[in-house]
Design a protein around this ligand. Structure first.
Ligand SMILES: Cc1cc2nc3c(=O)[nH]c(=O)nc-3n(C[C@H](O)[C@H](O)[C@H](O)COP(=O)(O)OP(=O)(O)OC[C@H]3O[C@@H](n4cnc5c(N)ncnc54)[C@H](O)[C@@H]3O)c2cc1C
Ligand SMILES: Cc1cc2nc3c(=O)[nH]c(=O)nc-3n(C[C@H](O)[C@H](O)[C@H](O)COP(=O)(O)O)c2cc1C
Length: 748
């Protein structure tokens, strides 16, 4: 096989090594327009885990790299005059120049035809003479740009400014520092990669960079500015430049990585922000995956398709982590209310991949310190020497309601009611989850009127029979799960009403027995759905009064907490989103107008609900659509509902329109809860693909939310909270009936 590789960076060179090492008959030519060692930047950082992967792929390369590496385990966070240290992380750094020299020498040793200082011939020519052409031509890949459509390439240029510098200060750890001056907040990311040689990246907002007058300045001006700013941290060492221009990070994504026999590799195909230190790792792992599929391949195009299928999930997962991490650094100003310890914890867990238990394994003393701090702040001080509860097992207070722990069973429609009356199914659904240990269980969206139902199976709270049904459930929880509280979610389906039971077709219209529906504007969910009528002022008065009456009935039923559903495209949500509210009166247009009716309802509900009991509201923090509600606007939504008397925001996302484009992933909605908590200063509940106590504790300890909602995880395991508490050595007390089973063995 004849392979042409365009670009002699880590990706291209490592591929050449692996191909030649696997099969000496494979002819590999690498074109590199510069000298290999004429590189930009200073060092790169890899993790212990990446080293293991490289060791398996080519031992000699690994050995040479290992000899040139500097290793460390601590992360130091300098913030507000304090240094917070967390250990046990396992990093290694290597000079980029040294890495490239090692790769070059090994590639040549294995017989690669390496053409330095040579521009690669055009791709079309190479395709005539080679079986495979690999574009490993870096972040600015001209090959990707020329075929941007075929590759579905997008470049997301991030707003922050950064510059890659070096210094002789031998940092003993991974070093993060945050310095505030008159121009703004400056972040430094630094680590030592060789004896007395460290990378020092400075990052700040565009506004701070402009205010500092660095636009259009040369390297000397950058160095002068940063040396003054980080004088203390540099401890008398100088900063040095190497093509150190201020840049904005481009996140590159391609929906296809190959086109015929041409394939993109490394930065050319995808980038991951430097704060997760994964660009070099990704490029080298691409090479490993590509070399593997090419081994013995008879058809290059099939091999490339396999390569992409196998490699894409891993790359996209790193890109999601990198996105969360870069957003954390773009918004660091938001966390100025955090104490240094919590700030450092938030930084360490920013990618939502490092969990509480990961940190405990690495540095148990650090996690113990965080848990003690958290318990103290939650009013659950533990005597020195005694074990602290994990964050999710600390109490949380809203008005006069104190929850014994921070797990909430999320509202989940059961589509099992007749005439809106909750029955045995609802009793076992909510009852078993209350016995399962959650601090709070929420009813499904319970509708304020028959016409406000999603489906004929939805529960309601507009009749005496319904109140009696709810009273039975509340009584069960009170009697049998005294540590659990129960809340009701109130809603009106709006344009998503008069549809079938979920398992008979999600959002599919009823074939028979449909009722008239209404919404902010007369826009049907989908063409097959009923067109709702645009609400008149009289409709608004009626709906507001239905919410008030439902609030009174919720009180009569005995609920501890009330939540108003402002999310997922239902009636009140339809006013908030610009995609579903096209009104031209005072209830449409600017956000202030779109919030007018939802705020009116919230105000009326708050007035009818006792002052000592909390009120929450669920919002969709984004519509997952470029023309819809943004994360930024949802901060304003949270502020406004807070002013209307809402005590905490239940932060969900999307489901406003059928063609939303969500970015799913682990804890994918949590960044919105984090943002609202810090920017609107509201307590938040996080929800969405949160499944493990590791993630729950990390979310709480980092201050991303005050409570965590579990829907499907607590559905699959009604005793989820008990199991999590038990796993962490803090078993919850059993009800008497089950306590006797615990003692069974000792009795007989
Ligand atoms: C500030 C910063 C810090 C970083 N820190 C880290 C880190 O700590 N850890 C980490 O793993 N990664 C880090 N990275 C990312 C890392 O540098 C890249 O992800 C990595 O170099 C990608 O390797 P590559 O082989 O895909 O591309 P590159 O290393 O960019 O190599 C591409 C090569 O192709 C050559 N080329 C392009 N076009 C042609 C042509 N037509 N003919 C001939 N030659 C051509 C270029 O000259 C270049 O040498 C960082 C990046 C930045 C910007
Ligand atoms: C069966 C089911 C029914 C749901 N019903 C409701 C509901 O009534 N009200 C609501 O706000 N969200 C509802 N949701 C959304 C969940 O509350 C939650 O936001 C979502 O499932 C994401 O959380 P998870 O990843 O923990 O499942 C429902 C989800 C499921 C799985």
């Amino acid at each position: 096989m004849k392979v042409a590789v365009i670009g002699g960076g880590p990706g291209g060179l490592y591929l050449a090594i692996l191909l030649r090492q696997a099969d000496a008959t494979t002819q590999v030519t690498v074109w590199e327009r510069n000298r290999i060692e004429d590189t930009f930047g200073f060092g790169v950082v890899l993790s212990d885990a990446t080293e293991g992967i490289l060791a398996e792929a080519d031992w000699p390369t690994h050995q040479r790299m290992a000899e040139a590496m500097h290793r460390w385990g601590d992360i130091d966070v300098h913030i507000g005059g304090e240094v917070i240290t967390s250990g046990g992380h396992g990093f290694c750094g290597i000079s980029r120049k040294r890495l490239l020299e090692i790769l070059r020498d090994r590639a040549k040793e294995l017989g690669t035809d390496l053409r330095e200082l040579t521009e690669a011939p055009p791709v079309d020519e190479l395709l005539k003479t080679h079986d495979l052409v690999v574009a490993a031509d870096g972040v600015n890949s001209a090959i990707r740009e020329a075929r941007a459509k075929q590759f579905g390439a997008t470049v997301d240029l991030r707003p922050n400014r950064f510059v890659w510098l070096g210094t002789s200060r031998p940092f003993p750890s991974f070093f993060f520092s945050f310095q505030q001056n008159a121009h703004g907040l400056w972040r430094a990311h630094a680590y030592q990669y060789a004896e007395g040689q460290s990378t020092f990246i400075v990052e700040t907002t565009d506004a701070a960079w402009r205010a500092a007058g660095l636009e259009g300045q040369d390297e000397a001006a950058t160095i002068r500015y940063c040396e003054v700013l980080f004088k203390e941290e540099l401890e008398g060492h100088r900063l040095v430049a190497n093509r150190s221009i201020w840049r904005q990070f481009p996140t590159i994504r391609c929906s296809r990585w190959h086109d015929g026999r041409l394939v993109l590799l490394g930065d050319a195909a995808h980038t991951a922000h430097f704060s997760v230190g994964s660009g070099t790792k990704l490029a080298m792992e691409d090479a490993i995956a590509l070399a593997k599929v090419l081994q013995g391949a008879t058809d290059v195009e099939t091999a490339l398709a396999t390569y992409e299928t196998e490699r894409r999930p891993g790359v996209e997962s790193v890109q999601r982590a990198a996105q969360a991490s870069l957003e954390w650094f773009e918004a660091t100003e938001r966390y100025d209310d955090l104490e240094p310890l919590q700030f450092a914890y938030s930084l360490l867990t920013r990618s939502l991949r490092i969990t509480h238990e990961n940190l405990r394994t690495r540095d148990p003393a650090f996690v113990e310190r965080v848990e003690r701090w958290f318990a103290d702040h939650a009013g659950a001080r533990v005597a020195p020497g005694k074990r602290c509860p994990p964050p999710f097992l600390t109490p949380f207070r809203l008005r006069d309601l104190t929850l014994t722990n921070r797990i909430v069973v999320s509202p989940m429609c059961q589509y099992s009611a007749v005439d809106g009356v909750p029955n045995d199914w609802h009793l076992q659904h909510l009852g078993s989850r209350a016995i399962g240990g959650a601090g709070l269980v929420m009813t499904e969206m319970t509708d304020v009127s028959p016409d406000g139902r999603i489906s004929p199976g939805c529960t309601g709270i507009y009749s005496d029979a319904q109140v009696a049904g709810w009273q039975r459930i509340v009584r069960f929880v009170r009697e049998h799960a005294p540590d659990t509280r129960i809340g009701m979610q109130l809603g009106h389906a709006g344009r998503k009403g008069a549809t079938r039971l979920l398992w008979e077709g999600d959002n599919r219209p009823l074939e028979q027995g449909a009722w008239p529906i209404m919404s902010a504007s007369a826009i049907a969910w989908k063409a097959e759905n009923q067109v709702p009528r645009e609400m008149t002022r009289a409709d608004m008065d009626l709906v507001r009064e239905e919410f008030v009456r439902a609030t009174e009935r919720a009180l009569e039923s005995g609920f501890d907490l009330l939540e108003v559903h402002l999310a997922h495209g239902y009636l009140l949500a339809s006013f908030i989103s610009p995609l579903t509210n096209r009104r031209t009166d005072e209830y449409g247009g600017a956000l202030k107008n779109r919030m007018r009716f939802p705020l009116e309802v919230l105000g009326a509900v708050r007035a009818a609900w006792p002052a000592e009991r909390p009120l929450t509201a669920r919002v969709s923090a984004t519509d997952w659509h470029p023309d819809g509600l943004s994360g930024q606007e949802s901060v304003e939504v949270a502020r406004l509902i807070g002013q209307a008397g809402v005590d905490a925001v239940d932060v969900s996302a999307g489901q406003t329109i059928p063609d939303q484009r969500p970015i799913y992933g682990r804890a994918f909605q949590t960044p919105f809860a984090d943002r609202i908590r810090h920017e609107a200063g509201m307590a938040t509940l996080a929800v969405g693909n949160i499944q493990s106590h590791e993630d729950v504790n990390a979310i709480l300890a980092a201050g991303r939310a005050d409570l965590v909602l579990m829907a499907r995880a607590h559905l699959w395991d009604p005793y989820w909270t008990r199991h999590a508490a038990y796993a962490l050595g803090h078993a919850l007390a059993w009800p008497n009936q089950y306590e006797s089973l615990n003692n069974y063995n000792s009795r007989i």
